[in-house]
Design a protein around this ligand. Structure first.
Ligand SMILES: COc1ccc(C(=O)Nc2ccccc2)cc1NC(=O)CCSc1ncnc(N)c1Br
Length: 272
């Protein structure tokens, strides 16, 4: 394993800089490892909060999973350490920050940018599924942008290494597929559904089943009440791809490797 994986790190190994963001369990800071001058993101989690939310085991599992994942579109977890009160995660720093802020700023993305992001996420998910890791929780809040504009899945702690796993209903329902809102068994095809939701949101600026009330969103998801607004104008290839991913029967969803051969992706995505 690399030196980073074995060394016992402490806070004195880092110059800690500006805060990058605030997650549910703690703050993230820009930091520089003193010996190598390597810039990282240092996530500080409070043990009391982890304990109260009973997620220590989940964190241990996540650290274990992430230590085996190496993919250009998955944010690296280089290592971790802890002191009396806190757990520190040493993360890859994504130089162009949070995708959802970019989406808010541009309202929606061009087809080329959306297709490029969808293709890179599909490749990252193919890689994860190959390692029996599912549900990398790919909503915009969990996506970052690297120095070259490439997308990075930065899990905020809800991915696990099993199938038929339970997932607490945290945050928005928008991304959950029918089988999850109906809390039946689910498998890697949940990620295809979420990627379809994400693709729609990249192109229209809002997720497809958004509604004022949770109960309304729930109904629209299980009915797959998919509508394409007249504005912004979106190609029929893009709509065709989304329609093949947002299918209620999980076995009928377009497979990720088929997605990469879809004309919209082939025609619109930047070659990786
Ligand atoms: C591999 O990325 C992670 C892996 C694990 C966890 C995590 O908290 N797991 C966890 C926490 C509690 C319980 C169970 C699991 C979190 C992340 N990632 C993050 O939190 C992203 C921090 S924000 C940021 N990061 C880099 N560059 C930027 N420009 C920014 Br802004």
């Amino acid at each position: 394993a690399s030196e980073a994986a074995q060394k016992r790190w402490t806070t004195s190994d880092f110059d800690v800089g500006k805060p990058l963001g605030r997650g549910k369990f703690g703050h993230v800071y820009l930091a520089r490892e003193k010996r190598s001058n390597h810039i990282v993101a240092l996530k500080v989690l409070f043990k009391t909060q982890l304990h109260q939310s009973q997620v220590e085991h989940q964190l241990r599992r996540e650290v274990e999973i992430q230590s085996h994942l190496r993919h250009p579109n998955i944010l690296r977890l280089y290592g971790y350490f802890y002191d009396q009160k806190r757990v520190y995660l040493i993360l890859e720093y994504a130089a162009r920050g949070e995708l959802y802020k970019e989406l808010q700023k541009c309202k929606y993305f061009s087809e080329r940018r959306a297709a490029t992001y969808v293709a890179s996420l599909a490749r990252a998910l193919i890689y994860c599924h190959g390692k029996h890791v599912i549900h990398r929780d790919i909503k915009p809040e969990n996506l970052l942008i690297g120095a070259q504009g490439e997308l990075k899945i930065a899990d905020f702690g809800w991915s696990v290494h099993t199938f038929n796993r339970r997932r607490t209903m945290c945050g928005t329902l928008d991304y959950l597929p029918p089988e999850m809102v109906e809390s039946v068994e689910h498998d890697a095809s949940v990620d295809i559904w979420s990627l379809g939701i994400l693709c729609y949101e990249f192109l229209y600026g809002v997720p497809p089943f958004e509604a004022r009330e949770h109960s309304e969103t729930y109904k629209r998801i299980v009915q797959v009440d998919l509508k394409f607004p007249p504005k912004p104008i979106v190609s029929s290839y893009a709509k065709d791809l989304i329609s093949q991913m947002l299918v209620k029967e999980s076995t009928q969803r377009l497979a990720l490797h088929k997605l990469l051969e879809h004309p919209w992706i082939v025609q619109s995505a930047d070659p990786s």
